[in-house]
Design a protein around this ligand. Structure first.
Ligand SMILES: [Cu+2]
Length: 344
């Protein structure tokens, strides 16, 4: 369903084959190609200009940054925020409330999101292998939703329409209960239809199940790669890690030189088939889905399809500022890039 008229030129149409020749100068006008390393404000301006190009008006000149207080949640905090819920009688419990909320995803670019617990991504739920988990889901949104957890469980707890509680109507609630299995890095998301829209609006989050014996001590980070279709053309205009474009360009993620850094990386992107993560001047061990204790790869770039995730482990041998970004360059220029600040 398209809310805007056909005269509005989408990014995908601009990039499409037939329009390619004429699109090039247009794109250069929309996106000042000052380069990946050209600084935060020019990159943010690129998003604003790009967005203005889509809308035909509005956000031109909306440069600068999204205030850390703008959304009631802050990527600088989300990156280290793990929600372990509460343990009661051997059962780990959470309450998750779906809410409609407008968020700012790039400077001046507001998006009518659907959220779990008021944030996008939703809380990073964390449990340990073998625990009993109980999730009270309250739908405070104006649309029917569910929570579908990845993992191994009975069909009636799978959070899809038509089975078990099925769609949870606005104002209703349900309880999902299942065991934490298998250990690894999973995700949860709404499974109501139309599915892509329910996910793209913001109803997703990371779901960590630690192995029974845990993992080695590390500085742990959560990065949920996402995007926002701000003009409802089923293509994203803004890309990010943890929702706010360029957040970690403005506030680099501070880590200690030599310390083990563990990144829980989830691809929650809709409308684009793949996403990727690339670290500059370093390499990492990669554990696909986090379900094995031995890494599969030692690399500097990993590609993830929709719903794919994995755990990265690395140490920074030198102090300084090290960039990370999608190696899908288009995504990087539209918000998906940041810095690590490595300190002695
Ligand atoms: Cu939904």
């Amino acid at each position: 369903m398209r809310k805007f008229g056909a005269h509005r030129v989408s990014r995908r149409k601009l990039l499409g084959g037939a329009a390619a020749a004429s699109a090039v100068p247009v794109l250069h006008e929309l996106i000042p190609h000052r380069g990946l390393h050209g600084g935060t404000s020019s990159a943010a301006a690129a998003v604003a200009h790009h967005h203005a190009g889509h809308q035909g008006s509005g956000h031109r000149g909306a440069v600068g940054r999204v205030a850390r207080s703008a959304n009631g949640f802050d990527p600088a905090e989300i990156v280290r925020d793990f929600d372990e819920g509460t343990l009661k009688d051997g059962v780990r419990e959470w309450e998750i409330v779906a809410e409609d909320r407008e968020i700012e995803v790039a400077p001046g670019v507001k998006y009518a999101a659907w959220t779990y617990n008021g944030r996008v991504p939703g809380p990073t739920l964390r449990a340990r292998e073998g625990e009993r988990l109980r999730v009270l889901f309250v739908n405070g949104s104006s649309h029917p939703h569910t929570i579908h957890f990845h993992g191994i469980h009975r069909d009636v707890m799978d959070g899809i329409p038509g089975i078990g509680a099925g769609n949870v109507a606005a104002g209703d609630s349900t309880v999902y209960e299942f065991d934490a299995a298998p250990f690894g890095l999973h995700l949860y998301h709404c499974h109501s239809t139309p599915l892509a829209e329910h996910i793209a609006k913001g109803l997703y989050g990371a779901f960590v199940i630690d192995p029974a014996d845990g993992r080695p001590e590390a500085d742990e980070l959560v990065m949920v790669m996402n995007g926002f279709d701000t003009n409802f053309d089923r293509a994203n205009e803004v890309y990010a890690v943890n929702t706010v474009a360029f957040a970690y360009m403005h506030d680099p993620i501070r880590v200690k030189r030599g310390e083990l850094v563990r990144i829980y990386l989830v691809n929650a992107l809709e409308f684009d088939f793949v996403n990727s993560f690339h670290i500059h001047a370093n390499f990492f061990d990669y554990y696909p889905t986090g379900t094995r204790l031995e890494p599969r790869d030692f690399t500097d770039t990993v590609v993830q399809g929709q719903g794919e995730r994995g755990i990265l482990e690395l140490r920074f041998p030198y102090a300084g500022k090290y960039m990370f970004h999608a190696h899908v360059s288009e995504f990087a220029e539209l918000g998906w890039m940041g810095f690590f600040e490595v300190e002695d």
